[in-house]
Design a protein around this ligand. Structure first.
Ligand code: GNR
Ligand code: NI
Length: 175
């Protein structure tokens, strides 16, 4: 396993539309392993392949739950070729952040519930209903697969401001 570099704004790769995964190969399993290691190290609750410069439709996620003793139970999950089948009319607001836009947080309104279809690492297809932070996170990650970032939902003023800040920082870093 390896921690890989997370690409950040204004890297244009973040705007790529990732390609579907035709078959779950050993390379895909290795990619998922590296994504988990990178995500836990960051730390983040979700990661899309393109965030480590791999434009393929794969997401890792861990929305760890606390049990009665307050113990944190890890729940690593992989979503391959995820699709949103339907979304609720009801919306909910979460303060979102993104590992590709470090230390920037804003409230985003999205459907409160979505029904998703995805393939797992064994190649089995599942359908599932998502709500709460799971619904927000899976929508945030599927957006990455389509080259969409959460700042795209903010006002042009806020989006331009954050883009400018990261462009300036990249220039100063000589990138
Ligand atoms: O770690 C993350 N936290 C988060 C919080 C609210 C809504 C979405 C997220 S996903 C983010 C990690 C990330 O950038 N995934 O693409
Ligand atoms: Ni993100």
């Amino acid at each position: 396993m390896a921690i890989r570099e997370i690409i950040i704004l204004p890297d244009k790769q973040l705007r790529l539309v990732s390609r579907p995964i035709e078959k779950v190969t050993p390379e895909i399993r290795k990619l998922a392993d590296d994504m988990f290691e990178t995500m836990y190290d960051a730390p983040g609750i979700g990661l899309a392949g393109i965030q480590i410069a791999q434009p393929v439709r794969i997401i890792t996620m861990d929305l760890a739950r606390r049990d009665e003793d307050g113990e944190l139970n890890p729940r690593p999950r992989v979503f391959i070729n995820p699709e949103i089948l339907s979304a609720s009319e009801e919306l909910s607001v979460y303060e979102e952040g993104c590992l590709s836009i470090p230390e920037y947080y804003e409230e985003v309104e999205r459907p409160a519930r979505v029904r998703i279809r995805f393939t797992d690492l064994d190649g089995n297809v599942h359908e599932e209903d998502a709500e709460g932070i799971f619904a927000t996170c899976i929508q945030h990650e599927i957006d990455h697969l389509n080259g969409v970032l959460f700042v795209d939902y903010l006002s042009k003023l806020k989006r331009d401001r954050v883009l400018k800040k990261f462009t300036k920082a990249a220039k100063l870093a000589g990138k």
